[in-house]
Design a protein around this ligand. Structure first.
Ligand code: INI
Length: 190
């Protein structure tokens, strides 16, 4: 039998998408910097005009899952990294945004089979967010590491031959598993 483990070096060049919330951009810009630094030091060309990383900016964390899912459906990316900062205020707004973005990212990843990293800070104060975005450590770096590891791990697992009860079947598992991608015909009926 086997042990599957992702690695951090690039055998074949991988492609990543970063989805970044503008809300609290004092924090998300710093997470982005940490993330780019990690990718670059692992051999990824982070230039937006290059071949390996695309960037999508969204208004706030609430919008992240929809854009991440749409990007995942293109099949272009080995992993997607979502960066946001949800910081508690005087109202329950925090709870709604934090809940939707976490559930939405998990659902998008599960539905598409593309690793989508939850790089959204949820903190009580701006100080806590700053400490996690560069003052003490920069979690942007850790989110990039997760993307490198998961893209490698999923690549290995996808390349396994598919089996059924009768033995081996031809082919390997698809990069995008059973997901309802609207066709022009189904869209026209909606
Ligand atoms: N978006 C965030 O990314 N972080 C927050 O802390 C936040 N708060 O607290 O309001 C926030 N709100 C905006 C939200 O994500 C949407 O962009 C907005 O509601 C429009 O849909």
């Amino acid at each position: 039998m086997a042990v599957f483990e992702g690695n951090f070096h690039q055998g074949e060049p991988r492609r990543f998408a970063l989805v970044i919330g503008r809300f609290n951009d004092l924090i998300t810009e710093k997470l982005l910097g940490g993330c780019q630094d990690c990718l670059k030091r692992h051999g990824v060309d982070v230039d937006p005009h290059g071949e390996q990383v695309d960037y999508a900016w969204v208004p706030g964390s609430f919008e992240i899952p929809m854009v991440a899912r749409q990007l995942a459906l293109t099949g272009r990316y080995n992993a997607i990294i979502c960066l946001g900062a949800v910081i508690k205020g005087q109202t329950p707004h925090f709870d709604y945004v934090a809940s939707e973005v976490s559930k939405g990212i998990a659902a998008a990843s599960f539905q598409t089979g593309v690793p989508i990293v939850f790089g959204v800070l949820t903190t009580d104060t701006m100080q806590q967010a700053l400490e996690r975005a560069g003052i003490k450590s920069n979690l942007g770096w850790n989110y990039a590491m997760s993307a490198l590891e998961m893209s490698s791990l999923m690549g290995q697992i996808r390349s396994l031959p598919i089996e059924n009860q009768n033995g081996l079947m031809a082919g390997t598992s698809p990069s995008l598993p059973a997901v309802a991608v609207p066709t022009q015909a189904t869209q026209a009926n909606q």
